[in-house]
Write a protein that binds this ligand. Structure first.
Ligand SMILES: [Zn+2]
Length: 135
């Protein structure tokens, strides 16, 4: 069925494609919800019904909210670390604060971030990552 103008007749059927208005609304809602779901979670396999896709969207959004809460906590922890230890004299202690903040903010990406920081023209050990010394 090709796109049409969806002009309704007295029976709420499209004058052009003759589908019922509620069927067209359902199809378009499912299409839009499926597009949103794939935007929020690209790897997911959408369910075949609108209620199924909405249920999947609820799960994905709940997961996003948990992630957002985690990030807020990580930011707060990193700020606390900076406030508590950032003023301790000695560059090795300040280096420790930087390393701790990166750990708190990077979650499970810490190893990858350190590896990326050390990578350069002379290979994976071009630069060193200093973890500093705890105050
Ligand atoms: Zn139509």
């Amino acid at each position: 069925m090709s796109d049409c103008e969806h002009i309704w007749n007295a029976h709420h059927q499209c004058q052009w494609c003759h589908r019922d208005k509620q069927d067209i609304d359902y199809e378009e809602s499912k299409r839009d919800a499926t597009a949103l779901l794939l935007l929020a979670s690209p790897g997911i396999t959408p369910m075949s019904s609108l209620s199924g896709v909405v249920s999947q969207l609820n799960h994905v959004i709940a997961g996003l909210l948990i992630d957002a809460t985690y990030d807020v906590n990580a930011v707060q922890s990193a700020i606390n670390c900076a406030v508590k230890y950032g003023g301790v004299d000695g560059s090795h202690h300040k280096t420790w604060v930087i390393d701790q903040m990166v750990r708190m903010l990077s979650g499970n990406q810490y190893d990858a971030i350190v590896a990326g920081a050390c990578d350069g023209d002379d290979g994976p050990n071009t630069y060193s990552w200093d973890e500093g010394i705890a105050p």
